[in-house]
Design a protein around this ligand. Structure first.
Ligand SMILES: Cc1ncc(COP(=O)(O)O)c(C=O)c1O
Length: 438
């Protein structure tokens, strides 16, 4: 736990302890690398949109100047950006080798492209598997592919808090299964899937797993090469702080890059792009998976965010992510569980990413009320309030204030005392049961 060890030795839930944890935080200096927001804002939604780096704002401004001065000549320096930023992401965040990652397009588009390539590589097989609690776009893409290609969908009945696990995969494995689509960290519960075990299990059955890393890259360790992962996609606007609509990425393991065929043959994947030849000849390695003209402003934001994550290092980021979520859960146990809220994330920190899901039947209202008062969390149907704790930008004081604000809203008064001690109708009291509609 490094510099965060002190919090497990005490049950003091006062704000002074949060401030002490911030004072001891080895990553605290990285908060300076991000653009400031309005004073007092509690931002716990970096798992939806990460905060902007100062470097991104500066460089995006500069791109405007380069565009104005260099005009089309600017492409001399921009053309390879999807690959350059891909290599940076591969080395600094994903544990992948050079020329295995490209930063391009959206996660949805990349997911579709890699899923098609996987299905075609296993053309005799007629089934595709996905977990029921999977992110909507992943499910929709799989459903669309199944309709288009007349495939059977095999739904993994994973536990909504702890799943999916390798055991959930076993019942769907057979010689007819072509591919499996799964998130490494689940968007609702933050449960971490055992990527190496699941990848191996599927491979033994002859199927290719396509991982969605949107909630893991930049928050938990990812070792694509070490885990033997074949295919992966993810976004850069969450824990990689790329900015709204910043391009996503795709990863194709080097050994599969020739065997698999991209379904979109765009001119950026053409071997000699500017010869404008009559036929498509796919470029080698990950370049052959590009499509069309990249969005340079978005790539610039993504590059700046990835650089900061790589500099801080995933080990330090993970240590703080564990400490932040443990702290949030400790406050949850003290203040929110007695009010009838339930935890929608795994309790075991080894199985939990960097957000904490808190469930309450009135979650939608509670979320919008908190947002209106400057505590930004988000809500996911049917009852989940997500507290996104971005290790590079979230402070322990923000966690304290965010959980305290929710406790005050579930039971409007009295609020938890700043010294953390129970109030008269406080912690554990029956009178403190949360209000439920109807
Ligand atoms: C797990 C996951 N996959 C995919 C997406 C959507 O990606 P995009 O909008 O870039 O296609 C999200 C967005 O939040 C997500 O959380």
């Amino acid at each position: 736990m490094g510099g965060y060890a002190s919090f497990v030795t005490t049950t003091d839930s006062g704000i002074d302890r949060a401030r002490a944890l911030d004072a001891d935080d080895p990553l605290a200096r990285f908060r300076e690398r991000f653009a400031p927001t309005e004073p007092g804002l509690v931002y716990l939604d970096g798992n939806s949109l990460g905060r902007p780096t100062k470097a991104a704002r500066e460089r995006i401004r500069t791109i405007g100047d380069v565009w104005a001065s260099d005009l089309v000549r600017g492409w001399d320096r921009w053309l390879d950006m999807p690959l350059r930023v891909g290599d940076l992401l591969a080395a600094g965040v994903l544990g992948a080798r050079p020329a295995e990652v490209a930063v391009t397009d959206s996660t949805t588009v990349n997911l579709y492209r890699l899923a098609v390539a996987a299905l075609e590589a296993r053309a005799g097989r007629r089934a595709i598997a996905i977990a029921r609690p999977e992110f909507p776009t992943d499910r929709y893409v799989v459903e669309g592919l199944a309709r288009e290609r007349d495939l059977e969908i095999r739904w993994l009945d994973a536990d909504p808090v702890d799943g999916p696990t390798a055991a959930d995969l076993e019942p769907v494995l057979d010689s007819n299964l072509a591919s499996v689509v799964l998130s490494h960290v689940n968007y609702r519960s933050a449960a971490i899937a055992d990527a190496p075990a699941i990848t191996n299990l599927a491979r033994e059955a002859g199927a290719l797993v396509l991982w969605d890393l949107s909630h893991s890259a930049g928050s938990v360790p990812v070792e694509l090469e070490g885990w033997g992962v074949d295919l992966a996609v993810g976004c850069t606007y969450k824990y990689l702080n790329g900015g709204p609509g910043a391009p996503a990425y795709l990863y194709v393991r080097r050994e599969l890059q020739d065997e698999l065929r991209p379904p979109i043959q765009g001119w950026f994947a053409q071997r000699e792009q500017f010869e404008m030849g009559p036929r498509f000849e796919r470029a080698d390695r990950i370049r052959g998976w590009l499509t069309g003209t990249p969005g340079i402003l978005g790539l610039t934001g993504a590059q700046a965010g990835i650089e900061v994550v790589a500099e801080a290092g995933i080990a330090a980021i993970r240590a703080k992510g564990v400490a932040l979520t443990e702290y949030a859960i400790e406050l949850f146990d003290a203040w929110l569980a007695p009010l009838g809220c339930t935890l929608g994330s795994p309790r075991d920190s080894d199985r939990r990413g960097a957000h904490v899901a808190i469930r309450h039947a009135d979650g939608r209202r509670l979320t919008s009320e908190r947002v209106a008062r400057g505590v930004i969390v988000d809500f996911r149907e049917p009852d989940v309030m997500r507290f996104g704790l971005s290790p590079l930008t979230t402070s322990f004081e923000e966690v304290h204030r965010g959980v305290a604000a929710l406790a005050a809203a579930v039971r409007p008064s009295p609020a938890p005392r700043p010294d953390g001690r129970a109030t008269r109708r406080g912690i554990g009291s029956r009178a403190a049961r949360c209000r439920r509609p109807g």
